[in-house]
Design a protein around this ligand. Structure first.
Ligand SMILES: [Zn+2]
Length: 125
């Protein structure tokens, strides 16, 4: 049995987010990129998270912070609430210090050439 992808697509990881993580394919839509980034958090693929952040925004992030955030939480599941052109609203469910938390974000993606990048996000509390 192949492991189903952490992003919740019901596909196995190798048929879902892995080709994006290995840069064998580019995510064709903001939602696909969003899913692959969630899976990257769940699998602690920090380089992928940096590479899929828009170059103009990378300065706002650093790998150590991303890695710590990814590792200190247990990523439970992803729920895509809405996708509208370059905007994806989602909820990421995770466990932090045995407490269920929900990260609810409206993310904006930008296309550069043929490649989508994470551009910015605003959070709901
Ligand atoms: Zn996936």
């Amino acid at each position: 049995m192949e492991k189903t992808c952490p992003c919740g697509s019901n596909f196995s990881y190798i048929d879902c987010c892995q080709p994006y993580h290995q840069i064998k394919m580019l995510p064709p839509t903001p939602e696909a990129l969003m899913r692959s980034r969630y899976t990257a958090y769940a699998m602690h693929l920090v380089d992928y998270l940096m590479e899929t952040t828009h170059p103009a925004k990378r300065i706002l992030y650093n790998k150590v912070d991303i890695e710590n955030w990814a590792k200190k939480n247990k990523w439970l599941r992803l729920e895509i609430c809405q996708t509208n052109n370059d905007v994806v609203t989602f909820k990421a469910y995770y466990e932090h210090q045995l407490q269920l938390e929900i990260h609810h974000e409206r993310s904006i993606f930008k296309k550069d050439g043929n490649r989508w990048f994470y551009f910015s996000g605003s959070y709901f509390s």
